[in-house]
Design a binder for this molecule. Structure first.
Ligand code: ATP
Length: 773
């Protein structure tokens, strides 16, 4: 072989050249992928080439295939669309087009391609790879190239990145761009919501997705829509009557608005298209609602990528370069996927084949199969959606003796998604026949309960109370940092008095501590021998037992918005560095992931601390960066500092040090976004995950129905934390997590999964290696 796996050098002795291309429909985050591939290639000792305008660039060659330097991708992370262009290329569909493409690749010396696009683009890429030896042979036979020219390029390496707003590829939970698109949709639906409520109107909203209902479903989950139409799961035969009945029922319970979401590819069981107009007519004529249609169209494709897409694009782009370097002639082409929180490689051909199967199954009216071919996550969201929308589920109701009185409490600072989790829990409780009970204002609320609050701190929650909470920030039932240990005796009395039979706790590290105290309190108080679950919700994402706390995504989006504004200001005045303080307590998660999402020059975390040597090296690096900056006037420079990274060096001091070192050649500003980081409305990701985990949490609690207090006490999972660990969503027993996984002094998990990502931030910003303190 002409290349040895792992080596960036070609058999010709030259550096390997890795091409990167965006193809098919554009998607927010594609630029982040291009940046990551370019910089990771260079950092690994290769050269990077951009192929402009998708396969058109490959077929036409010449100036459409150009080397990309480190500086050429500065500022790419925060730009929407694709800056290297994309196209649908007819020529590449035919062999003569691919023959030209092969010739151009060899002339340019490129033998590896990273392609970011949808299933069509990836199919084309794999076909190209399969034909490669034949194409080379033909090029020699026809005299277009010589044997010597093709000799070093016997194999072509292809790696796929899925860039698509539809999230339609099988084997991955998310595609680059889908969460940005969902964010656009949710902004729009939230806006329509307010006017719908004001006028008591109904709105039918059409969203993109020909064979894939992901956007429609997730929009439904995150906005609390009344009805959704998905291609994979058409409604029942008499859906027209059912929809009208459901909508009327919601209205009769006091709902002032109706939102119905229709995927572009929606149809009934007979594959007859369901159009927004048809749904509108039904709502107007049969349900007698003043109904309007909103078609979102290309708005859904556009705009700035959200934090998640920037992170995903960056992690997947770096993984793609690793995959290129590790490939052997026998490795099947991989596509880079994500399962829950884990970046994985999957065989490209299988992923594409499975994706096509979904469309085939829909065509064959085998909808059960279409659903089963989607990821497990999709089916779970679908169930969660159905349960949280319908009020009466006769078939879901539990027998009387299995119904529980379930307390719901918020602990700690507010975090985006707390209300969505509570709404889902309430809806699920009602569907099953449980009684959801809000414990207002955290544990201090309960402890003061006996005194004089007019309504009392313990109140049943009705469906209509919780119905509008899905998109609300803050905490509707009130949250407080206080712990049960303030007065365990009173907490126990209140639990007893109100016959609380299970507890759902939503919050951050304090919530975790609270559940730990209650669990330990079981020794003395029988009323704590009930099942309890904590759903981690904190912007700091520092709760042991999970890699993801709801609210952290909302925070990242607020933070990158702030940083983007600073960067823009910094790049307008060119020679300026912004030093920005992030929250996060003793955990550098927020700072690191925000750093990854904006391309920070340096990130300082409490885990690493800050030493004078680090500052010195980073200031040297800054001098270097400004020296090389030829005034492209893109992307100002940002340094992120966690609030607890150092007792000595705060953002003000660091900014002053930079100013002095800059000697007039560059200057600095500092910024402290503070509580702005809690965000306003929760991000769609926090809303949908809160909904899914809220339902799962109550399912876990109800599995203890009918057990005696002592049986519950004996069962380690009766006090549990729900979370994401790697590729799985799971419950972990509190006792183990408390003892084995928690750093109580620093209030964070002992093992922080994201520590490995820190190196990627440094590599991609070109930050020099320095001795770790
Ligand atoms: P989107 O998510 O927007 O549908 P996509 O990548 O699936 O993205 P397509 O239009 O299907 O979009 O494909 C993009 C380009 O990939 C095509 O214009 C064509 O150049 C190439 N391509 C697609 N399918 C094939 C194929 N079977 N053989 C060769 N090339 C293909």
């Amino acid at each position: 072989s002409a290349t040895t796996p792992g080596l960036p050098i070609h058999s010709t002795g030259k550096k390997r050249r890795i091409g990167v291309m965006t193809s098919g429909g554009d998607a927010p985050g594609m630029n982040g992928a291009v940046r990551a591939v370019v910089r990771m290639s260079i950092a690994s000792g290769c050269e990077a080439y951009a192929i402009y305008e998708g396969y058109d660039g490959l077929v036409n060659g010449g100036d459409m295939i150009r080397e990309m330097g480190w500086e050429d991708v500065r500022g790419f992370l925060s730009e929407g669309g694709t800056l290297i262009g994309t196209a649908r290329c007819m020529a590449f569909m035919e062999r003569p087009g691919r023959l030209k493409a092969a010739k151009n690749m060899i002339i340019k010396g490129i033998d590896a391609l990273v392609i970011c696009g949808g299933d069509g683009s990836l199919t084309g890429a794999d076909k190209f790879r399969a034909e490669w030896p034949g194409l080379l042979k033909e090029l020699v036979e026809t005299g277009e190239l010589t044997q010597e020219q093709i000799q070093p390029y016997q194999t072509l390496n292809i790696v796929g990145l899925v860039g698509s707003i539809d999230n339609d590829l099988s084997m991955t939970d998310a595609t680059i761009g889908c969460y940005s698109s969902l964010a656009r949709i949710c902004e729009a639906v939230d806006s329509v919501d307010t006017t719908a409520s004001s006028h008591q109107r109904a709105f039918v909203i059409e969203v993109m997705g020909r064979h894939c209902g992901w956007l429609a479903l997730m929009a439904g989950v995150s906005t609390g829509a009344d009805f959704v139409f998905l291609p994979e799961s058409p409604p029942s035969e008499n859906w027209e009557a059912e929809m009208c009945a459901l909508v009327k029922e919601h209205r009769s319970k006091g709902k002032r608005k109706t939102i119905v979401i229709v995927a572009e590819g929606a149809h009934d069981q007979g594959l007859n298209k369901i159009t927004p107009q048809h749904v509108k007519n039904l709502l107007s004529d049969k349900a007698h609602l003043d109904t309007r249609i909103t078609t979102l169209g290309h708005v859904q494709r556009g705009g700035t990528p959200v934090a998640y897409d920037r992170m995903l694009a960056t992690l997947q782009g770096t993984e793609a370069v690793k995959a290129v370097l590790e490939a052997t002639p026998d490795t099947p082409s991989p596509v880079i996927c994500v399962i829950e929180n884990k970046i994985v490689r999957r065989p490209l051909l299988e992923a594409v084949a499975q994706t096509k199967e979904v469309a085939n199954a829909i065509h064959a009216k085998d909808f059960a199969r279409a659903m089963s071919l989607r990821d497990a996550e999709f089916a779970e969201y679908y169930q969660a959606y159905q349960i949280t929308t319908k009020i009466e589920h006769a078939h879901l109701k539990l027998p009387e003796n299995e119904r529980m009185r379930i307390g719901i409490i918020h602990v700690g600072a507010p975090a985006g998604g707390m209300n969505a989790a509570t709404r889902a829990a309430v809806a699920y409780c009602l569907a099953r026949g449980h009684t959801p009970i809000a414990l207002h204002n955290g544990f201090p609320g309960l402890i003061r309960h006996h005194s004089d609050e007019p309504l009392g701190a313990v109140r049943e929650i009705k469906w209509i109370d919780a119905e509008t909470w899905v998109s609300k920030g803050g905490s509707e039932i009130g949250t407080n940092r206080g712990l049960p240990s303030e007065d365990l005796e009173t907490v126990s009395k209140v639990f007893h008095k109100h016959n609380i039979q299970a507890l759902f706790v939503v919050g951050g590290f304090e919530a975790f501590t609270a559940v730990s105290e209650l669990r330990k309190g079981r020794e003395h108080y029988k009323s704590f021998k009930i099942p309890m679950v904590i759903l981690p919700a904190t912007i700091s994402n520092n709760v042991p037992g999970t890699e993801y706390s709801i609210g952290s995504d909302t925070c990242l989006n607020a933070l990158i918005q702030y940083c983007d504004a600073c960067r823009q200001s910094a790049s307008a005045s060119r020679r300026r560095v912004f030093v920005i303080e992030t929250q996060g307590g003793e955990s550098g998660y927020i700072a690191t992931i925000a750093g990854l999402s904006i391309g920070a020059l340096a990130v300082y975390t409490p885990e690493e601390g800050i030493s004078l040597k680090m500052l010195d090296k980073d200031i040297d690096h800054l001098r270097d960066v400004f020296r090389k900056d030829k005034g492209q006037n893109r992307g100002g420079k940002v340094i992120l500092v966690n609030e607890k990274a150092s007792k000595t060096y705060n953002v003000r001091i660091i900014a002053d040090m930079i100013l002095e070192a800059g000697k007039g050649k560059f200057e600095s500003r500092h910024g402290i976004p503070g509580h702005f980081q809690q965000g306003t409305t929760p991000s769609p990701m926090d809303r949908v995950r809160a909904t899914r985990f809220g339902v799962k949490s109550i399912q876990h609690l109800e599995s203890f129905a009918g057990k005696t207090p002592d049986e519950i006490d004996d069962e380690p999972m009766s006090a549990a934390v729900i979370g994401i660990k790697g590729a799985k969503v799971l419950f972990s027993p509190m006792e183990r997590v408390e003892k084995k996984e928690t750093d109580w002094k620093l209030r964070r998990p002992k093992d922080e999964f994201w520590m490995g990502l820190k190196n990627i931030v440094d590599t991609l910003s070109g930050r020099p290696n320095y001795p770790k303190p």
